[in-house]
Structures are given as structure tokens and as C-alpha cells.
Design a binder for this molecule. Structure first.
Ligand code: AMP
Length: 541
């Protein structure tokens, strides 16, 4: 027997429509790349998004077409987002921190037809324009006056949208239609595309707004420092308009002084970013003897939170820390570290110990841990295993089938993280099975570095591993086994990498060993190397 309820499909255009109807005057405040602060409202954002839809329709964009952005968090970026998704096209956020060749590879793989970007990234786009096989239209987030000279035939966003109809219809397609595409480098091999659906994004939004997750409402002022190109700014690009919270968009400036200025002037109540950003803010606060009177909570994720950041926020500034774990593949929020009821009255050290763990899954996310043969392990807070996740907003595979079948026979996705889970569902990451390095919240591919390094004639084998760094969480150390009778220098090896990887991927140090340990199948034994170098201090630390 079927229920007799309305068929109201879960599509994200309804989120912005709701914001316009219910919270029309709540604001989106943007610091543009030129430093100027501009203010708009959900009502105006809705109109601008509709104009983006009209412009895209004129470019021939329709259901399933990919529209890429290379942009900082801004109101114009939000309008591109809703304007694209509203007509059933797919908004592909590209991570500008990747090497330009990788950006071109990703744009071609996604078959992006339109590329909308901030002026900051014009040099990158100019450099790769001949490699872009599918992009027909370039749009720059600018008005006529600030439009930079370019050889792309690009149009200024404001001219592209000005005077257009605000009546382009939205929605009307099934809720499982694709709406967002985000590539992750947190896997082996080439970056892989996670393809969000309208339904998964709407359900993720509903789940993450609740009190034991991010807990936000219409009276909040939210500063997403986490970029929109990182899994929907951890969902905030959707949950802010869904609740009616004001948004404060930091643009390109994420240093301590710039973030503090916005937190203070806009009376921000909730903010979110990776630990590296908070370290810069805390240093700035301490050096200038400043306080955070308006801020109620800070969501910290992307990598494990250091205890000193946790204690500084909670004890020195009386700001609640919510430690979150998630992945691009999990939309991204998987667990959140709000205190469970049985620890609300616990002493401060017990609370801090709990908050250093990655937290508990909200309704809609299921977790389990398994051994190497896939057998379930106990949730006793002691035994660690591969962390597996299942839910309404978890990837079932990658775009175009890359990476093959990624689910186990019960439909769980293997996160590549190693964790334990206690009887209350609190998850704690204890290791990482995937062979990547995460630095300042961004992935560095160890395999790319190794492949280039072994191209040097004096190198027999190379392995890159992540070493703890106080600012970036991890930085790469490159370990080299020299070719027979050769003794390459650190400079030789680093010169081999120069220009072939993004500058910030360059290893902080090179170590030489007689022999790189190999596993049974001949693969480099990273576990053994991590053990060997566990007390290693980088010269940059
Ligand atoms: P991304 O897809 O770039 O968001 O990266 C997801 C990965 O980042 C996870 O699989 C973890 O390896 C790591 N990660 C994210 N949040 C945390 C956290 N709170 N603690 C430890 N590692 C984390």
C-alpha cells in the first residue's frame, strides 16, 4: 500500500526559493578579491541566480551539462551554483590549488562547457587554455570596470547576467538528477569525480542543520572559510540558505587578520575551516590580545584537530569546538563531535578527550569497521579497522565509473581511514590506509611525487610519506634509495620534481636509505617506512 502524501521532489533549487520566501532580507556579505566588501540578500541572490540560469540557457546549457567554477567563496559563486543546479545542469567546483595540468585534466574529464572563475585564476586559465578541449564559454567574476584583459574572449559575469529575465523555470526533474561534481585527489591514481544528486544534497542539508550536528538557525551568521570547492563548503552553501542564516564570504584572504576582521565586524556566530586556518587565527588573536565575543562555535575538520587548538577555543575564548570528520565522498559530513548526553556533565579533561575524537554520525550516516578480510569488528572503542560508511548522501561510485566498484556486499563505502568506534558510536581515526598526504586540508599525491622522482637516473626507488608538521598537519618527506653506485643529492632529487608538481607539493625534506622496504607483492611498504620515520622532525617544523 502506498502512502497518500504529496510528491515534493528533493531538489536544491527549493532551498534558495525557501530562503527568498522566508528570509528574503538575510544577507550574504562578500569580501571580493580586490578587498571591497559587498552585501546582498537571499532575495537578490535568488534573482541573480535566475539570471545565471537564463545566461546558461543562452549558451545551450541544459540537463546534465557541466558548468565549472574556479572561485573563492562569494555571492556571485553562490549565484552560479544555484543558477546551474536549478536548471538541472551540474555545477563542477574545481580546486584551484591543483597543478594547472591537473586542472586541465579534470576539466576535460568532466567535459565542462562553461568555466566561470575569479580574476585571481586568470593566469592559470590563460596558461592551460589550449589544453581545454570542451570549454566554449569563459566568464570572469567581475563587472565591466574590473574586467581584466585576457586572450580567452571571456565575458564579465555582471555583463553576462545584467538585464536578463528572472523567470527561467527551475526544477521539474527527478530528485536523483546529478547537481554537483567535485573531484577528490584523496584516492590512488588520477583524481576522481564525486557526483552529488539533488536528493543527496537536500538530505545532507537536513541532516547537518540539526542540533547534534552543526546546529544552526536563521539568527546565525555563518562564515564558511572552508571553500565551496571543498564538498560544498561542508554543505554550508546549502544549509545557510535552508536555515536563513547570514553568510559571510571571505574571498581569497584567509590569514588570521582577515578572518578576525570579518568575525568581528559581521558578528559571526558559526565558522568552519581546517585546523591550519585556526592556527593562524589563534596566533593573531594571541599576538594582538583580542577576544571572540560573538563567536559561538567553530567547526573544525579535514584533518585531526590538535589539542592546543581545541583547548584554546574552548577554554581561552569560550567557543564550542565541533570536530568533524568527512570526505568529498560523504557530501562531506560523516561524524560530528558535539558532546553526547552522558558526557555533558563530565569533567573538562574527559570532555576534551572526547572532542579530540572525530565524533558521532548523525541520523542518515551508518559506520562500521572491518578487518582486512572484510569481517565486522567490535565497536568497543579499542580495536581499529578499516572505516566503512553507508548512507543517503554517500557516494556509490565515481564519475564515469572510475575506480570501479567501490562498495562492499552490504553497500558500505571504504573510506581508506582506519578507526575505532565505541559503544556510543564515537569514531576515532587511528591511521590511514590510503596512500596520500594531507597538508593544510589539501591532498598531495605521494604516488605522483614518487613516479617523477624515480625518473631521475641516480634514483632506484622513491617513497613519499606524510610527516607531522605543526602548521600544516602533514608535510611530505621524500625517501630515496639511490641507484647502484650513485649518490644523488637532495637538490638533484628536488630539481627533478621542479615544475612537474604544484610548488606546495614539494617535499620539505629528502632522506636517503640503503633500501626502501617492500611488501610481499613488491609494493613499497609504507607502514614500515612510517614506523621508521615516526620520530623524524622536518627542518620546516
Ligand atoms: P576530503 O575528501 O579532501 O575531504 O578528505 C577526506 C579525508 O580527510 C578523510 O578520509 C580523512 O582521511 C581526512 N579527514 C577529514 N576529516 C578528518 C578529521 N577530523 N580527522 C582526521 N582526518 C580527517
Amino acid at each position: 500500500m502506498q502512502g497518500i502524501m504529496q510528491d515534493w521532489s528533493l531538489t536544491v533549487d527549493k532551498i534558495l526559493e525557501h530562503a527568498k520566501r522566508i528570509n528574503p532580507n538575510r544577507e550574504i556579505v562578500t569580501r571580493r578579491v580586490n578587498g571591497e566588501i559587498v552585501r546582498t540578500t537571499y532575495s537578490d541572490l535568488y534573482d541573480l541566480s535566475k539570471q545565471v540560469s537564463s545566461a546558461l540557457k543562452d549558451e545551450g546549457i541544459g540537463l546534465g551539462d557541466r558548468v565549472a567554477t574556479l572561485g573563492w567563496n562569494s555571492a556571485r559563486h553562490m549565484a552560479s551554483w544555484y543558477g546551474t543546479m536549478g536548471i538541472g545542469a551540474v555545477l563542477h567546483t574545481i580546486n584551484p590549488r591543483l597543478h594547472p595540468d591537473q586542472i586541465a585534466w579534470i576539466a576535460n574529464h568532466a567535459e565542462d562547457k562553461v568555466l566561470i572563475f575569479d580574476t585571481t585564476f586568470l593566469p592559470i586559465i590563460e596558461a592551460i587554455k589550449d589544453q581545454l578541449e570542451t570549454v566554449k564559454t569563459f566568464v570572469i567574476f567581475a563587472d565591466a570596470a574590473s574586467m581584466p584583459e585576457n586572450t580567452l574572449g571571456a565575458v564579465a559575469f555582471d555583463l553576462w547576467t545584467d538585464g536578463r529575465t528572472k523567470d527561467t523555470p527551475w526544477g521539474g526533474f527527478p530528485e536523483d538528477t546529478a547537481c554537483g561534481l567535485c573531484y577528490t585527489s584523496g584516492t590512488t591514481g588520477n583524481p576522481k569525480g564525486v557526483l552529488y544528486s539533488h536528493r543527496s544534497n537536500v538530505l545532507h542539508t537536513l541532516v547537518t542543520m540539526n542540533k547534534d550536528a552543526m546546529g544552526m538557525g536563521a539568527d546565525d551568521v555563518v562564515l564558511p572559510v572552508v571553500p565551496m570547492f571543498h564538498a560544498n563548503a561542508w554543505g554550508l552553501a546549502l544549509s545557510c540558505p535552508a536555515t536563513g542564516a547570514n553568510m559571510v564570504m571571505p574571498g581569497a584572504q584567509m590569514d588570521g587578520a582577515s578572518i578576525y576582521e570579518l568575525l568581528d565586524s559581521e558578528k559571526v556566530t558559526i565558522t568552519a575551516a581546517v585546523p591550519t586556518v585556526w592556527l593562524m587565527l589563534l596566533t593573531y588573536l594571541q599576538e594582538n590580545n583580542l577576544k571572540l565575543p560573538h563567536l559561538k562555535k567553530v567547526i573544525i575538520g579535514g584533518s585531526a584537530i590538535p589539542e592546543k587548538i581545541l583547548r584554546a577555543f574552548e577554554q581561552d575564548y569560550e567557543v564550542e569546538v565541533i570536530h568533524a570528520w568527512g570526505m568529498t565522498e560523504t557530501s562531506p559530513l560523516g561524524t560530528l563531535g558535539t558532546l553526547p548526553p552522558h558526557l555533558k556533565a563530565a569533567d573538562i579533561d574527559q570532555q576534551m578527550e572526547q572532542k579530540l575524537k572525530q565524533g558521532r554520525p548523525p541520523f542518515g550516516v551508518e559506520l562500521k569497521i572491518v578487518d582486512d578480510e572484510g569481517h565486522d569488528l567490535a565497536h568497543d572503542g579499542q580495536v581499529s579497522g578499516r572505516l566503512m560508511v553507508r548512507g543517503a548522501a554517500i557516494a556509490a561510485g565515481y564519475f564515469k565509473g572510475d575506480g570501479g566498484d567501490v562498495l562492499d556486499d552490504q553497500g558500505f563505502f571504504d573510506t581508506g581511514d582506519v578507526a575505532n568506534i565505541d559503544a556510543y558510536g564515537t569514531m576515532q581515526i587511528t591511521d590511514r590506509a590510503k596512500d596520500v598526504i594531507k597538508s593544510g586540508g589539501e591532498w598531495i599525491s605521494s604516488i605522483d611525487i614518487e613516479n617523477i622522482a624515480v625518473g631521475h637516473p641516480k634514483v632506484a626507488n622513491a617513497a613519499a610519506i606524510g610527516i607531522y608538521h605543526p602548521k600544516w598537519d602533514e608535510r611530505p618527506l621524500l625517501i630515496i634509495q639511490a641507484a647502484e653506485g650513485e649518490s644523488p643529492s637532495k637538490e638533484d632529487v628536488l630539481a627533478q620534481l621542479d615544475g612537474k608538481i604544484a610548488k606546495w607539493w614539494t617535499p620539505d625534506d629528502v632522506a636517503f636509505v640503503d633500501e626502501i622496504p617492500l611488501g610481499a607483492t613488491g609494493k613499497i611498504n609504507k607502514l614500515a617506512l612510517r614506523e621508521m620515520f615516526k620520530d623524524y622532525t622536518l627542518p620546516t617544523a
